[in-house]
Write a protein that binds this ligand. Structure first.
Ligand code: PGA
Length: 258
């Protein structure tokens, strides 16, 4: 953490219909209303973004889309542009989640194009990176993550970089219940911070938020969030229940008060 403000982010993925999304957003917003020391973000599916974005724009929740396209408009059936997202009042977007990469074929180039497009249009971006199990078993995790991080950092201005958050999510820990140990996560976060330092200068490296994601739960959150270079969490499964998500946010709020 080290002077950085913790961000607790919930990635709802392809879960919850419109009504359920509204109900959960309401419960989360009420639960974190009094939190002053951290930021809390939820990311509903596109179909719910309009309602959630509008209804909770005056709450202290940040709201993100789970994806965007890299063109402004046009013949891209089924895709969503940044202007459409912005029209719901939302100006955060998650880009390059490992499910987008592995299931929908998003390469480092596509991810970098989206990150640049969103940042240059004034959005805040959570850019995701992380190695697969095979890559970790082959000892390639540092190289893989370095390539992924450097792909987004290319061509970003100093101002654009200020709105970038990086999420380190080892693919083998996502939705598996297998969490990276605090030491494994801290080691990678340190490496990512050094890459940002090397590419964009120490000030950028010290201020950028680096979130951990992959089976974060009420049981492991405190230890993970206590690491020096872990500045928050990107949470899938445990973000779908108000009790666990707000509970993790409460842990972060307590750590931040200390
Ligand atoms: P998980 O998902 O918390 O269910 O492992 C994390 C993510 O994919 O962002």
């Amino acid at each position: 953490m080290m002077g950085r403000r913790l961000l607790i982010a919930g990635n709802w993925k392809m879960n919850l219909d419109l009504y359920e999304s509204y109900q959960l957003a309401k419960a989360v917003a009420e639960g974190v209303e009094s939190f002053k020391n951290i930021d809390v973000l939820i990311s509903p599916a596109f179909i719910s973004l309009g309602v959630v974005g509008q209804k909770f724009k005056d709450s202290n929740l940040l709201i993100a889309a789970q994806n965007c396209h890299y063109e402004d408009s046009g013949a891209y059936t089924g895709e969503i542009s940044l202007d459409m997202i912005r029209s719901t009042g939302v100006d955060w977007v998650i880009i390059g989640h490992s499910e987008r990469r592995a299931i929908f074929g998003e390469t480092d180039e596509i991810v970098a194009k989206k990150v640049k497009h969103a940042l240059s249009n004034g959005f805040h971006v959570i850019g995701c990176v992380g190695e697969s199990l095979e890559q970790r078993e082959n000892g390639e995790q540092e190289k893989v993550v370095k390539t992924q991080v450097e792909a987004f950092l290319q061509n970003l201005s100093e101002n654009e970089l200020k709105n970038l958050v990086i999420a380190y999510e080892p693919v083998w820990a996502i939705g598996t219940g297998k969490v990276a140990s605090p030491e494994q996560a801290e080691e990678m976060h340190k490496q990512i911070r050094n890459i940002v330092n090397g590419n964009a200068g120490e000030e950028a490296g010290e201020s950028i938020l680096i979130l951990y994601g992959g089976s974060v739960s009420l049981t492991n959150a405190e230890e993970l969030l206590g690491q020096q270079d872990i500045d928050g969490a990107l949470i899938g499964g445990a973000s779908l229940k108000q009790e666990s998500f707000n509970g993790i946010a409460a842990i972060a709020e307590d750590i931040s008060k200390e």
